[in-house]
Design a protein around this ligand. Structure first.
Ligand SMILES: Cc1cc2nc3c(=O)[nH]c(=O)nc-3n(C[C@H](O)[C@H](O)[C@H](O)COP(=O)(O)OP(=O)(O)OC[C@H]3O[C@@H](n4cnc5c(N)ncnc54)[C@H](O)[C@@H]3O)c2cc1C
Length: 395
């Protein structure tokens, strides 16, 4: 992969910068800078999504026939990097980048025609119903039961840790349709409208004080069998395909670049008044280490995602991306907390005019707390290491 951009790619970079300067609203940039949650506020993410849809740039990852772009991997990378440099938030990936590839690969034509446009224009807002109280890392032991009843299934049980279920109108679920064979063989992939009678959502508050995750209950919920993706009892392979996109289906290096830049600025600000500022005694070494690891991630990401450019899936290598991305972001979070020191104790922004509580600073400790969960969601770090050992290294 040649990292020196060509003349055409540099022209494209200018075009993207001009678009962002004109079209990215300041209030969305401010909200993204303040944000400490895994996703920026739903309404703002959807506003930004609508602007990108109007330009035809919302889903460069999608094939062109469904509304994607014809960009090369280098162009996709440039676009992603410029968006973060300009302070744009990440679009919420649950429908756009996780469910959509599954529908494209395994859905019927009717499902593609119905769901993909609604995911793209934000009419459908999706959440992910994989984990259950007794099924996380050991996902195949899931027990949300779907029993056939005429043309429908009757669904009973519950899902847990469901991000944004309280904001979603639809949920994609792994359900148990057969208990007779190996656990992986009796799972189906079902799309459920959250408005269906019998679906209810209970909030779970996290240690950062956020309401992001929920428990979802299903009490005799009637779901048309036509909402099943692919074949009955083959849902496990569709579920794993989706997880590859969840763990490494987009560029994370540009986002981490932006986070590292903000951290460097934070250190530089401290050094304006106190040139020797070095709170933990190894600030520069940690910054250099982060920079080196980020460059390695960038190359790995470009290599893996180049192979996806032709419409393929990221493969088990996506676990390498998830492991590295999570570690780097958490190390940036930790060093940021060290840098702001005692000022991080105030969890709420201090009134305007304070020299210490710029909006970004006020998000550092909540962000640190919130992002501890990154080593768990999407499959824990230990589970990713097992996948790398088995599927990538062949151990
Ligand atoms: C903030 C947040 C958001 C989430 N959002 C969603 C969502 O939207 N939808 C959804 O379906 N799920 C979601 N999850 C659930 C997440 O996928 C699970 O929490 C995760 O897969 C771990 O499962 P568990 O919590 O049951 O932990 P367990 O599986 O019980 O694991 C406990 C510990 O044991 C370790 N462990 C387990 N098995 C092994 C093994 N074989 N080898 C080595 N170590 C092992 C784990 O690494 C972990 O440290 C979310 C979780 C969090 C924290």
């Amino acid at each position: 992969m040649d990292l020196n951009f060509s003349e055409d790619e540099l022209r494209f970079q200018t075009e993207v910068r001009e678009f962002l300067a004109e079209q990215l609203p300041a209030h969305i940039v401010e909200a993204a800078a303040r944000n400490s949650s895994v996703f920026v506020e739903k309404e703002l993410a959807l506003q930004w999504q609508a602007i990108l849809v109007a330009k035809g740039w919302a889903v460069p990852q999608w094939p062109q026939e469904h509304g994607g772009t014809d960009w090369s991997p280098a162009q996709k990378y440039i676009f992603s990097k410029e968006c973060y440099l300009a302070g744009a938030p990440m679009l919420i990936p649950l429908g756009l980048l996780m469910l959509a590839p599954v529908i494209m690969a395994f859905g019927t034509q009717a499902q593609k025609d119905h769901y993909l446009p609604k995911i793209l224009n934000g009419e459908h807002y999706w959440c992910q119903g994989y984990s259950e109280p007794g099924a996380g890392s050991d996902l195949a032991s899931l027990q949300l039961k779907a029993e056939a009843d005429g043309d429908d299934y009757i669904v009973n049980g519950s899902k847990i840790w469901t991000t944004h279920a309280h904001l979603s109108d639809h949920i994609f679920c792994l359900v148990r349709t057969d208990n007779s064979g190996k656990p992986q063989q009796g799972i189906s992939f079902l799309l459920i409208d959250m408005d269906t009678p019998g679906v209810s959502v209970e909030p779970i508050l996290t240690m950062a004080g956020d309401h992001e995750v929920n428990q979802v209950f299903f009490d005799n919920v009637r779901v048309p069998q036509a909402n099943r993706i692919g074949e009955e009892n083959r849902g496990w392979s569709y579920a794993k395909y989706l997880l590859e996109f969840e763990r490494g289906g987009g560029f994370s290096a540009p986002r981490i670049h932006h986070e590292l830049d903000r951290l460097r600025q934070l250190v530089a600000d401290q050094r304006t008044d106190n040139p020797g500022f070095d709170p933990a005694g190894d600030t520069d070494r940690r910054l250099a280490r982060l920079d080196i690891d980020l460059k390695a991630l960038e190359i790995t990401e470009l290599r893996i995602l180049s192979s996806v450019a032709g419409g393929g899936n990221p493969g088990p290598e996506s676990s390498i991306l998830k492991l590295t991305t999570t570690r780097l972001e958490q190390e940036i979070n930790e060093l940021s907390v060290d840098v702001i020191g005692y000022r991080g104790l105030a969890m709420e922004p201090i009134a305007d005019g304070s020299p210490y509580r710029a909006d970004f600073e006020s998000s550092i400790v909540p962000r640190y707390l919130n992002n501890r969960a990154a080593s768990i969601f999407g499959g824990s770090q230990e589970v990713q290491r097992n996948i790398v050992a088995k599927m990538v290294l062949g151990l």
